[in-house]
Design a binder for this molecule. Structure first.
Ligand SMILES: *Cc1c(COP(=O)(O)O)cnc(C)c1O
Length: 431
């Protein structure tokens, strides 16, 4: 059922300073009650701030987002939607969810938002459930060309329940082959076309995808899991005007809590909402919904717009510096937070590159490139993202240094770990 009304929300309670400190994220209670677990959490916090975090889907959520996540909203059952819950006592969480929905629709110019998906994968599942029936044909990025598991992997519900046809990127340019997408759409008449993925460093041409989808009479689903934060900050094109449904995560470039989000027009609102609850989920995680509201509030600020632009500027500088050091940067650069590069010119595999970097305190992913000649687990590429280090405050001056550290690690030079530790010491993610 669609969310009723869209009137401005008046907070029913005021957040008096200090009122919530007894459950605040100071770990005091956890440390006293369970020092073993508290120790693990604090050690992980130190690991995150003590290394260079270059995993493309990771970020540092703000203390405000973490406070909402650690709040008693985690206790509340609220099956249904604001104004239509299966449980009593939902008046305040109704306000929190309405706040999240209004902020999301405002931020992205969408007719409707569902803020309940537990994760990006849950959002994709619900999008398929809203538009498709099992056995339908779906055209999506082939997994070896950067598609996500939910885009047709045989080990995922998507590949098991739908008939996926994959399009890819061109061998010569590394860019999406729109002629192939159009030909496959004409040949297979898919019920839906999915664009967006896990590693392609360029934005899809949403207008081209819309045109191809219209010609094939197919729905267009944009999986903007990686890039929606850049959209929020005005540093990437907005897929909302082109797509029937946009799915995303809230924890990647959007820098919110781990979770999912669906945006669509009002005409699909009921189908999308029913596909989330009751079709594929139970009670929403209200602490996470509240944290999403906090993140959408942050993402609407000029500071976040500056952040999003800096993420892309940093990725471009990093791509350029890595190319200058001899790595084969895919598509010749990036328009996003993502850089993928072939590390073969330095005489290592992607797997070996990941291990050498990890030993130096540089945390990045190996990545099987399109047309990769090595076995998938070994592969030839690495995938790097600048969302987390940009949140820490690394900027133009540091990107050449980051690239040099990566290359020094790949060359097994001495002293890299100490240099990494020295660099991140100046950029604590949490003051
Ligand atoms: C990250 C990602 C997802 C899945 O998100 P989870 O929160 O890990 O379930 C789905 N699609 C794409 C394109 C992604 O990058």
């Amino acid at each position: 059922m669609p969310v009723a009304g869209s009137t401005a929300v008046t907070p029913a309670v005021s957040a008096a300073p200090g009122a919530a400190e007894h459950w605040g994220p100071d770990f005091g209670a956890l440390r006293r009650q369970d020092p073993e677990l508290a120790g693990l959490i604090l050690a992980e916090k130190d690991r995150q701030s003590g290394c260079l975090q270059l995993i493309a889907g990771e970020n540092f959520a703000s203390p405000a987002v973490l406070a909402a996540l650690g709040s008693p909203l985690a206790n509340k059952y609220a099956e249904g939607y604001p104004g239509h819950r299966h449980h009593a006592g939902c008046e305040l969480v109704d306000l929190a969810e309405r706040l999240a929905v209004e902020r999301a629709t405002g931020l992205f110019g969408a007719g409707h938002a569902n803020v309940q998906p537990y994760s990006g994968s849950s959002a994709v599942l619900a999008a398929y459930a809203a538009l498709l029936v099992p056995g339908d044909t779906v055209l999506a990025t082939a997994l070896p060309h950067g598609g996500h598991l939910t885009h047709g992997s045989r080990s995922n519900f998507s590949g098991r329940w739908f008939r996926f046809v994959g399009y890819g990127t061109r061998r010569d340019t590394g860019l999406i082959d729109y002629d192939q997408v159009r030909d496959l759409a004409r040949e297979h008449r898919p019920k839906a076309i999915v664009c967006g993925g896990i590693a392609h460093p360029r934005h899809p041409d949403y207008a081209a995808f819309r045109e191809i989808a219209d010609e094939a009479d197919a729905y267009l689903i944009v999986d903007a899991a990686h890039t929606l934060g850049l959209v929020a900050g005005g540093a990437a094109p907005n897929p909302v005007p082109y797509a029937d449904v946009v799915c995303a995560t809230t924890h990647k470039t959007l820098r919110g809590p781990r979770g999912g989000l669906i945006l669509c027009g009002e005409q699909l609102a009921g189908r999308v909402d029913r596909a989330v609850f009751p079709f594929s989920q139970g009670g929403p995680h209200m602490h996470s919904v509240a944290a999403k509201a906090a993140a959408f509030g942050e993402a609407a600020t000029p500071a976040f717009a500056a952040y999003a632009h800096q993420v892309v500027a940093n990725a471009r500088l990093l791509a350029g510096a890595l190319a200058a050091e001899g790595l084969d940067v895919q598509t010749g650069g990036t328009d996003t937070h993502l850089v993928t590069a072939d590390v073969s010119p330095l005489g290592v595999s992607g797997l070996r590159a990941r291990a050498l970097c990890a030993a130096a305190g540089i945390v990045l992913d190996k990545y099987a490139l399109p047309y990769d000649t090595r076995p998938a687990d070994e592969c030839s590429g690495v995938r790097i993202g600048t969302a987390a280090i940009t949140t820490q405050g690394l900027g133009e001056n540091e990107m050449a240094q980051v690239a040099a550290l990566i290359v020094r690690a790949l060359r097994e030079e001495r002293g890299v770990a100490a240099a990494v530790a020295g660099l991140v010491r100046d950029f604590p993610p949490y003051p």
